[in-house]
Design a protein around this ligand. Sequence first.
Ligand SMILES: N[C@@H](CCC(=O)N[C@@H](CS)C(=O)NCC(=O)O)C(=O)O
Length: 255
Amino acid sequence: MPTINLYGYATSPYVRKTGCFLYYKGVEFTYIPVNPIDPSATLGHIGGTQVPVLEIDGQARRESSSHALWLDELFPEKPLRPSEHADKIKEIDEWISQTFLMSIFRSAIDGDLNLQFRFRGWRLAALLSAHTPLPEHIRHRWPDLISMAPFIQKMGEHMDLTEPPKDMQLRIMSELKAHIADGPYMGGLDEPTMLDFAVFPQLVWGYMFGLEERLSAAFDPTLKEWMKRVAEHLPANPTLVSDEMLIHPLKKGLE
Ligand SMILES: N[C@@H](CCC(=O)N[C@@H](CS)C(=O)NCC(=O)O)C(=O)O
């Protein structure tokens, strides 16, 4: 069995996505938390700061969507991108990467440091600190630091920032539902793929780890049934956040 390491922050949607690919494949791997204020402490031998980094038998690669293809090459069972559906998956994966995942950063890009944003930022710092303890003064400033991060500001270049945030959220949720439609999985596929595992952890982790009190996506019957189906293929905590930070078990949110 190859030695597999996944380097990242549990607060990164891209890292959670690669984590779910690995969980679905059922391969053994070690999650190596990266300290966001000193990435070189863990990534020094690889270089660069962007996560996730997947390292298999000493070979390291970036880009979460490429990780799915690499894992399929090495572990063909339970394909994340079955070749007969490659075109459809490519199209929807582009929507996930360019629209869905980037929209998660909208409030940070807007830089409206209101109370809700600050509470969220402080909770993110606490979740990170469960693995890589951040100094007190950094935790206090985490909301400001997130909204100033260059990689987050860069995402704004790919977004229509004139669209009101609430409208953007509703539009993206309705596009997501159209991609799930009658399912059972995204794109109308019979088995889950990289598409499902790229979206699913983002919808559930905030509820599980104290960023929202109710699993808001489960208010929609289409999304709820789809989440229940995807959850069957993953462990009880499919995120990479430390179990000790759990507030709500996922099962409860999907009842
Ligand atoms: N397209 C990349 C995006 C990864 C990404 O944006 N990672 C962020 C964390 S959410 C990061 O590492 N930012 C810090 C940096 O680039 O130095 C992927 O899919 O893997």
